[in-house]
Design a protein around this ligand. Sequence first.
Ligand code: SF4
Length: 387
Amino acid sequence: MPGRVTPTRPPRHLADLDPAERRAAAAELGGPAFRADQLARHYFARLTDDPADMTDLPATSRDELAGQLLPRLLTAQQELSCDEGMTRKTLWRAFDGALIESVLMRYPQRVTMCVSSQAGCGMACPFCATGQAGLTRNLSAAEIVAQVVAGARALARGQVPGGPGRVSNVVFMGMGEPLANYASVLRAVRRITDPVPDGLGISQRSVTVSTVGLVPAIRRLTAEGLQVRLAVSLHAPDDGLRDELVPVNRRWPVAEVLETAWEYAASTGRRVSIEYALIKDVNDQPWRADMLAGLLAGRLTHVNLIPLNPTPGSRWTASEPGSMREFTGRLAARGIPVTMRDTRGSQIDGACGQLAAPSPAPRTRAAETQATGPRMPQPLQISARVP
Ligand code: SF4
């Protein structure tokens, strides 16, 4: 079964380290500390880790430095694209065989990278096959950053239709529960948002960290004083159902999760996204919409409704269009900002609830938090396969 590997620690990489730690690492390797800054400029600004590109480094030590501080962490196994190439899902193999996925989604005004934070997931949500397969291991900060760098590189080199571009948004909605891998996710957020060349220079406000509701970790995130958006995968307004859909609810029930989310909103001034996968005859009843509205009324929030992406053999399926309209209307009638999320990428199992590495495809919640409407289906194209 793919993904079943013995947990091990990925090689150290420049993106695991802050600028001071990088300089110390360069000095340990016997070079001047400023070599770390040169390597950072190559990786974060020029988006290369190929020693052949690093002509400002001495030829004698280039390979050694790059090998020690910029080891290749992820190897593309497969790339799938749809939406005329504007949506690309990449399956990556890590150094130890762990498989993860990332998705690039290009829109007219922005490009969003959806990244994985863990190989597998330990949260066991029953509608999600990633959860069924369990957790393989946490990703390192650099393994997370490498997914963004790969997307940024493809855009910069004009490999995504629409001409050269850059990543504008990052969402931690791929495989895994980001706040269960807190230290690496926080480091990755810092590398993604540190100004170039210390990091990728993406605005904190353009980064979304999602969670099923790990209350202590949300509190920790609040104390960081960052401006990242918090997304809470709620999926049910009542503990009876949420205990079933999101088992961690038995530890931290709805009221406690939302109270902590409102503390985050108050501290950051940022709306908290409430993610709600609409599952036919499970959580899409009008009374649940009213109950959800009651919980959210007057709060700094925005609801993303996501038609569940059905997967083969699952008893869970998406709500009927009429139920979705009713659910949306009831929230809107109570003044709750609500969006029916784009299911972009669903043809490549890269939309919400479909991201997962092994085949047949397990999944996670995922994708974009502020899409505005469904797109017309486009034929799936296999754009590349890397053996
Ligand atoms: S839905 Fe998300 S948190 Fe739940 S098991 Fe799947 S990946 Fe984990």
